[in-house]
Design a protein around this ligand. Sequence first.
Ligand code: HSE
Length: 357
Amino acid sequence: MNVGLLGCGVIGGGVLQLIDNLPKEKGFKVVKVFDLPIKKDILKERFAENASEVCENSEVDVVIEAMGGDKFPYECIKTALLNKKHVITSNKEVVSLHIEEFYTLAKENGVFFMCEASVGGGIPLICSLIDSAKVDKIDHIYGIINGTTNYILTRMQKDGVSLDEALDDAKALGFAERDATADLEGLDMTRKICILSSIAYGGVVNYSDVYHYGVTNLTKEILKDINSLGYNIKFIAESKLVNDTVRVSVEPVLITNENSLNGVSYEFNAVYYNCLSNGLLGFYGKGAGRFPTASAMVNDLVRINDLKNPYYFKNEKLFKVENFKNESKYYVYDGIKGKIIDKLMDASNYKFVARIF
Ligand code: HSE
């Protein structure tokens, strides 16, 4: 499958690297890359002078959009779909605004539109949500779906740094949006919860209808005050379907230590959604950053390919199978008292053993 890449920055550059490193026999090749002229020397013959060289190129089967922004990516994605290219994007802004049009155009043109990387970075969330929505009724989604602000809150809480200091680090690590206001004020999470809700409930949830309140004004003093009341703070998105109403908000919430979201730190995201038959499902992983996001896009690429060449398990490797007894400490109980030992020789020497995990 020949890939045309739009954008070769933090995410696009990661996608290029991952695809270039795939074994040749997998058959994926990046043939054209559109970016600023500054990248011409690095990209050489793959460099595209303009986006049409990617979106209208007869050699390109799949267009991967990793530019960010709204108007230009929208035009590019539309052109690519109309030219019967599969499209993969990580761009939550454009997906949240045009989700219906993109899926409709893809259907009309017999191609796939994939946006796994637009929510939750490397977490395989949207594919699961789509699967669940096909067979179940989803009525509740909530979680931490912005890596930058979760990173900032964690650093403020654990290291006592200010919001601005933590934000600078989040920017340096490639987590933040070009305009970090989108992270801090919850616009990024609003886009993401709209995408998840639209897919889960089967109706467009519009960005402009969603209440959001950010963490821009959070200070170390406020944090200390919140902690003194026995709470921690997390910045979350939540949506609930009640009959024909979707109740949705993006705002800071106070949680106690027992809340499962309390253990979600730094750029990690955690998302839960409730299905009427299957119950509550939880997803956890890196929600921002170059390679987690790029991996989600490459997985979309493989998914498109798998639809034509389904996956069948092959027994290709002969493994030696071991256990953890030689490399872990163990608690052993001899019937009278327990002790910790460095490695376990024989569990049958004891009345009970447990690995220190
Ligand atoms: N700025 C976003 C975040 C990037 O921090 O979650 C991933 O969508």
